[in-house]
Design a protein around this ligand. Structure first.
Ligand SMILES: *[C@@H]1O[C@H](CO)[C@@H](O)[C@H](O)[C@H]1NC(C)=O
Ligand SMILES: *[C@@H]1O[C@H](CO)[C@@H](O)[C@H](O)[C@H]1NC(C)=O
Ligand SMILES: *[C@@H]1O[C@H](CO)[C@@H](O)[C@H](O)[C@H]1NC(C)=O
Length: 422
């Protein structure tokens, strides 16, 4: 009732005016109380949520909690929400949604905030990362300059302690089992007996599933998925694809500066006139892909943000490869090198910086174990090389190497301070 009376009497009765000022004094107090109550609720809620997450680690809880306690510490429309890296990697986007989201690019060249460029190390693995301790040592002390992403089989549950750089860095993965199926079948055929019982079992399981349900480009799909997840952090400037058997060949500072100062992205891309190169080209790919643009290269790449966005943004070449690059055309050897040569050939170094040894022959590169890892071995990898870096001759040509077996870990850790510089 009072609220209706007050405005009516306002200009007549000074006492009433007085009363309204009293009222308006009380109002901030009341607001303040409400605010405090809200704040208390927020804090209580955060405590409860943190406890729940710790206790149960349920992903749906993580997502709801995230959106509901944001107003507590952040204005809803501040720039922070665009530039802060996602606090955890769990999201509910489908591949289609994720690729779309990741291909959103600012048109302005300069960032209106201090941006420290980071290197995203993206691990594409079957399951565990046996060389993780070496990577931990390599990355130690360089927090803020890198981020980690791991794409493993959804059935594999990583078990890293909270102190690890790999802790909760697994991206939500849909299945890339087709790739595994092909790879495992290949391995089972090529060296019967050498394959783990576990993988033989896994292969049996995979073979029973309906493969047609998954994309045929599964290997490239997994790589695009990794890139897209890494692109969500706007500070990531370089994207390094690695496997569980890769190692770094120099300390972090050397690798960081080599990569960041490079004017070219490192994607192996060459024109192979033979049956395993141009021989795999299909005329139906024209006019999008001409045979003169057809390239081949290893899948282990190092690309900058611009090229990563070309990769996740591509809708022109993807359907062509999906339809016309089928075995014996291996899509992971041709899709990215060809697509990037067409879209941004002048930005490619056309070489990979991941060393691998094909000299033993056969369909798989050599794997190095405990007895291979010696000082002389590393001399052979690193020394006497000659390549082009930013249009100049350089003797540092490879920053990473593969493939190393789990048994190589111990000698690697022993030699790394002396030979690898970390
Ligand atoms: C990294 O290695 C380079 C060359 O081997 C060396 O000059 C540099 O001091 C090392 N950096 C650190 C932080 O150890
Ligand atoms: C890589 O190859 C493309 C053509 O395929 C060429 O335009 C580019 O200059 C090459 N890059 C370098 C660093 O030579
Ligand atoms: C590397 O090759 C280039 C051109 O072939 C040559 O000019 C340069 O001296 C070589 N560098 C080394 C270290 O061999």
């Amino acid at each position: 009732m009072q609220s209706r009376v007050v405005p009516l009497e306002e200009d007549k009765d000074p006492v009433v005016t007085n009363r309204t000022t009293n009222h308006s004094k009380a109002l901030p107090l009341r607001l303040f109380q409400i605010l405090m109550l809200f704040l208390a609720l927020c804090i209580a809620f955060s405590v409860i949520s943190i406890y729940t997450i710790r206790r149960f680690g349920i992903q749906s809880v993580v997502t709801t909690v995230k959106s509901s306690f944001q107003p507590c510490y952040e204005e809803p429309n501040s720039l922070q929400q665009w530039i802060r890296p996602p606090s955890n990697l769990i999201h509910t986007m489908s591949d289609k949604e994720l690729l779309w989201r990741a291909s959103i690019v600012p048109r302005r060249k300069k960032y209106p905030f201090r941006r420290v460029p980071k290197v995203a190390f993206m691990f594409l693995t079957k399951g565990p990362l046996p060389l993780a301790p070496l990577w931990e040592r390599f990355l130690k002390g360089h927090e803020g300059l890198f981020s980690i992403y791991v794409h493993s089989l959804p059935t594999f549950h990583a078990n890293f302690p909270p102190s690890s750089v790999f802790y909760q860095r697994q991206i939500p993965s849909q299945v890339f089992l087709l790739f595994l199926k092909n790879r495992l079948e290949g391995e089972v055929k090529s060296k019967t007996g050498a394959i783990d019982e576990y993988w033989r079992c896994m292969l049996g399981f995979i073979q029973k599933l309906k493969v047609s349900e998954w994309g045929r480009m599964s290997m490239c799909d997994a790589e695009r998925r990794l890139l897209a997840n890494a692109l969500l952090d706007i500070s990531n400037e370089w994207f390094i694809l690695l496997s569980e058997s890769c190692i770094p060949l120099y300390n972090f500072s050397v690798i960081y500066h080599y990569i960041l100062k490079s004017g070219y992205s490192f994607m192996g891309a060459f024109d192979d006139p033979g049956p395993y190169g141009r021989g795999r080209y299909n005329d139906n790919m024209a006019p999008e892909v001409d045979i003169a643009q057809w390239r081949k290269g290893s899948q282990w790449f190092e690309v900058n943000r611009k090229l990563a966005i070309y990769i996740v943004g591509d809708t022109t070449f993807y359907p062509k490869f999906e339809q016309f690059c089928r075995p014996a055309c291996y899509v992971d050897e041709h899709y990215f090198p060809t697509m990037l040569t067409i879209e941004a050939g002048n930005l490619l170094a056309n070489r990979s910086i991941t060393w691998v040894d094909w000299s033993r022959g056969g369909p798989h590169p050599a794997t190095f174990g405990r007895s291979d890892v010696t000082v002389e071995f590393f001399k052979r990898i690193v020394e006497g090389k000659n390549c082009t870096y930013n249009n100049h001759a350089s003797s540092i040509c490879f920053l990473f190497a593969r493939k190393f077996a789990p048994s190589a870990l111990e000698p690697l850790l022993q030699l790394s301070p002396k030979v690898l510089g970390f």
